[in-house]
Design a protein around this ligand. Sequence first.
Ligand code: SAM
Length: 283
Amino acid sequence: MTVPRANGRYALPRPFLKWVGGKTQLLPELMKRVNMVGDFGRYHEPFLGGGALFFELYRAGRLKRQAYLSDNNPRLIEAYEGVRDEVEEVIALLNRHKRLHSEEHFYRVRAKVPKTLVERAARVIYLNKTCYNGLYRENSRGEFNSPFGRYKNPVVCDEDNLRAASKALQKTKIESRHFQMVAEYAEAGDLVYFDPPYYPVSVTASFQGYHKGAFGEDSQRLLAEVYTKLAARGVHVLLSNSMTDFVRALYKDFTLDSVQASRAINSRADRRGKISEALVRNF
Ligand SMILES: C[S@@+](CC[C@H](N)C(=O)[O-])C[C@H]1O[C@@H](n2cnc3c(N)ncnc32)[C@H](O)[C@@H]1O
């Protein structure tokens, strides 16, 4: 779990974006399984989002070889590239957004995707920190559409964490691509962590607003095929998903543990709370 520093703040780096399905709650359970593997080769995280496990592994000194980070949301990937390659410029732009911050400024920034990579990176981080619920959502045209969030003092620019994240990302490969491409890169002895959009527990619980193009049953089946292929190759594969009959059937040939996680992504407060999630491993 994230360990607070002596001064009461959390050890850095941590995710610099708040993402739907963020895995901070589940980190102790995920780390317990990674520790079963011992040393591994390269690390692959093909559904990157906020990258909670990547940062945790970095802090724990578990990344001895290169990390391959990817997601099919190009805006998200640009934010990582900006933080990795131009963190001081991203910080300067975020401080500018912070000074100008208002509802009007938020909608002006939301309306326009700027030209340069650093501007785009700062835009995504600024909108993520100031939008309603802090969640990045896109409409069917792939445009960011979360409304303004009414926070008194949003932390638009956590300079220490951005610099620490930049350092952690220095030797990583970061790509915008479909998860199935991991099959081209992962080799025997590597570790892959799949954290896909979860298969819905019920129709109303479904949340697939990450990106245009939902992650339906066909995508879940394709993912299970890729999982099986990697496992046969001798790759260590860890996956999280909802604890449902559908998921149990897809991964029946592997070890499936039930773990408890708290869920905040539900508009009805009475439905928040502990739910069971599945962790699938082949080791
Ligand atoms: C559950 S989130 C990952 C959360 C992340 N583990 C964290 O700690 O924040 C799922 C991610 O998968 C991405 N995604 C959805 N469909 C994808 C696909 N076909 N290929 C690659 N990434 C995809 C989404 O953009 C989203 O960032």
